[in-house]
Write a protein that binds this ligand. Structure first.
Ligand SMILES: Nc1ncnc2c1ncn2[C@@H]1O[C@H](COP(=O)(O)OP(=O)(O)OP(=O)(O)O)[C@@H](O)[C@H]1O
Ligand SMILES: [Mg+2]
Length: 251
């Protein structure tokens, strides 16, 4: 499975979901590759120090004759490798503009790395630009995190429209795996209303496992840890572990 985690809305929990889902899969003993496709590099910084990054995803995508395999870095978690991003990735769009393979670059260069992994998890930036499109073209499945907030569904129409276009041509096999509700506050009426509204719109696509708002989830990246080593008994760890099982079950 090659899973793209995308929502062009910012700060909805894409990166938090990508790092903890990847960590959960690795913890289950599956060889897992986390690909950071966001120039902000938040997923990268959750596992590596900037000075540990030799070749980044940008170099591997843009330089002649490179493959993404060249940019694989080990993490201190068994079974989890990461392809890191640096701010240089922001140049990707302008660099590839006009190239005939610009939508397929990631898919093409990921190929050689694929046979080493059971799961690939891709974190994407909060835009519907070329990086996100590359992720959706390379992916077998799409997971959309939606923050439990009043403006939660703003922009999801555009995202689904992009997905339809990608399914129409470059990637007919792309499967919409589901929606995960994140940063949820179940104690408030607003929280419950929003959850119900998301379920009305997306129906069975919405995972029953919901990620609650949790300080632990916010803290763990600062200590270069996933939630499973940082706070193994927290609700965040429990919820992301359950989500990983549901994700495996839906494939
Ligand atoms: N369940 C949660 N409970 C509390 N805080 C959370 C939770 N999930 C994410 N956060 C925090 O919310 C902020 C945004 O989360 P995150 O970086 O995962 O979102 P994102 O969609 O990747 O953002 P961006 O669009 O900027 O890439 C971060 O500070 C993160 O630590
Ligand atoms: Mg992010």
């Amino acid at each position: 499975m090659i899973l793209a985690i995308a929502n062009q809305k910012g700060g909805v929990g894409k990166t938090t979901t990508a790092i903890n889902l990847a960590a959960a899969l690795a913890q289950k003993g599956f060889d897992t590759l986390l690909v950071d496709l966001d120039p902000q590099g938040n997923a990268t910084l959750s596992f590596l120090d900037p000075e540990q990054v030799a070749l980044s995803v940008y170099d591997a995508l843009v330089e002649e004759g490179k493959s993404l395999k060249d940019a694989v870095h080990k993490t201190n978690l068994k079974h989890l490798d990461v392809i890191p991003a640096r701010i240089s990735l922001a140049k990707f769009e302008s660099k590839l503009l006009g190239d005939i393979d610009s939508h397929f670059r990631l898919k093409d260069r990921l190929k050689t790395a694929l046979r080493d992994y059971k799961y690939v998890v891709m974190d994407t930036p909060p835009t519907l630009g070329l990086l996100t499109v590359n992720a959706l073209v390379a992916a077998t499945h799409l997971l959309i995190p939606i923050q439990s907030s009043y403006f939660a569904l703003e922009g999801t129409d555009d995202l689904l429209e992009t997905v339809e276009k990608i399914k129409a041509r470059p990637n007919p096999h792309l499967e919409f795996l589901g929606v995960v509700i994140t940063i949820h506050d179940k104690r408030t009426i607003l929280g419950r209303d929003i959850r119900n509204h998301i379920r009305e719109v997306f129906g069975a696509k919405v995972f029953r496992t919901i990620i609650s708002r949790s300080v632990r989830l916010e803290e763990s990246p600062a200590y270069k840890e996933s939630i499973f080593s940082f706070a193994p008994h927290s609700t965040g760890a429990l919820e992301y572990y359950k989500l990983s099982e549901k994700v495996i079950g839906r494939v």
